[in-house]
Design a protein around this ligand. Structure first.
Ligand SMILES: [Zn+2]
Length: 318
């Protein structure tokens, strides 16, 4: 796809979506929100603002220096890796306090990945994963405004965004609720079946995810603006589901979570002393058909599961 195809698409008078690609075949959506002030929800990876956001802004007569706020939905590398470029252009960085450390420590990202891989007996994959993460993360620039549930980001011109804490994907994942438009910007908070075909959702905190899904659903949004085109059983549910597709996202997110939780509980009960990788394989064998899993490039385990599987394992082991 030519760079010019990564252009803004209008979601609402005040909201535009920009799909941006990153290494490894990923695609993350940034959202431009305009009141009297201008905000960008998420910054992509290192280089995304310069390579993709700046040309797209130019098509609207704007430049990076016109972005007042970066509103991170959470602290993953494909959502905050571009923060430094925007901070250098003058933006203020917003992130929930429970993910704030990820904005000031790239090492934390590599340590978490290494720990997850070790729990699955895949520590030999850690160096490659660590190098990948460090290529995608920009310079650490920290957070200017630590967000909490219920906070308001006021862009002026009647564009107000309410911060809704929806943990599970990460501990500090949030949604931004643009009530007068009926739009909930969910980032990666509700994952359905995840962003990779035949893969798994990325869930670091399974014990918080159910509450996060229910909280997001309770907002009553007509439209979701998601970080990725999360999948249902028959393909993409996003990146901007509206109408009945909104309910389907919540239903799929809940059903996938419950399937994984049940599978790990059974696998741990059957083989309490087995290694983490063995338990994860046993658990996945019981849900492979239900979840239509076919993404297996981490030594027979889904590559999308390298954070999710150790997390469900930890919870099931108690
Ligand atoms: Zn994420």
């Amino acid at each position: 796809m030519a760079r010019s195809e990564y252009a803004f698409e209008r979601v609402h008078d005040r909201v535009h979506r920009l799909p941006t690609p990153f290494e490894g075949g990923g695609l993350v959506n940034l959202y431009l929100i305009r009141g009297e002030k201008t905000a960008v929800v998420d910054s992509g990876v290192l280089g995304t603002p310069t390579t993709y956001l700046a040309p797209a802004l130019e098509s609207l007569g704007l430049q990076l220096g016109d972005v007042d706020f970066v509103l991170n939905t959470h602290g993953h590398m494909d959502h905050l890796g571009g923060n430094a470029e925007l901070k250098d252009a003058g933006s203020e960085i917003h992130l929930h306090r429970d993910d704030a450390e990820r904005a000031s420590s790239n090492r934390l990202h590599t340590e978490m990945a290494a720990e997850g891989l070790k729990a699955l007996g895949l520590e030999h994959l850690a160096p490659e994963r660590e190098a990948f993460l460090l290529r995608l993360l920009g310079r650490e620039v920290g957070v200017d405004r630590l967000l909490e549930d219920g906070d308001t980001v006021d862009l002026g011109a009647d564009v107000r965004l309410q911060v809704v804490h929806t943990p599970g994907h990460t501990r500090g994942s949030v949604c931004y609720w643009f009530e007068s438009a009926g739009i909930l910007i969910t980032g990666d908070s509700v994952q359905a079946r995840g962003s990779r075909p035949g893969g798994l959702p990325v869930i670091e905190e399974p014990q918080l995810y159910l509450g996060g899904i229910q909280r997001a659903e309770s907002i009553g949004a007509r439209t979701l603006c998601m970080g990725h085109a999360f999948k249902g059983p028959d393909g993409d549910l996003g990146p901007v589901p509206t109408g009945p597709a909104v309910a389907q996202v919540f239903r799929e997110s809940l059903a996938t979570h419950q399937a994984l939780q049940g599978a790990f509980e059974r696998a741990v009960a059957e083989a309490p002393n087995a290694g983490g990788g063995d338990i994860a394989r046993r658990a996945l064998d019981t849900v492979r058909d239900t979840l239509r899993l076919r993404d297996e490039d981490a030594d027979g385990l889904p590559a999308s599961g390298i954070m999710t599987l150790p997390s469900y394992l930890r919870v099931a082991r108690g």
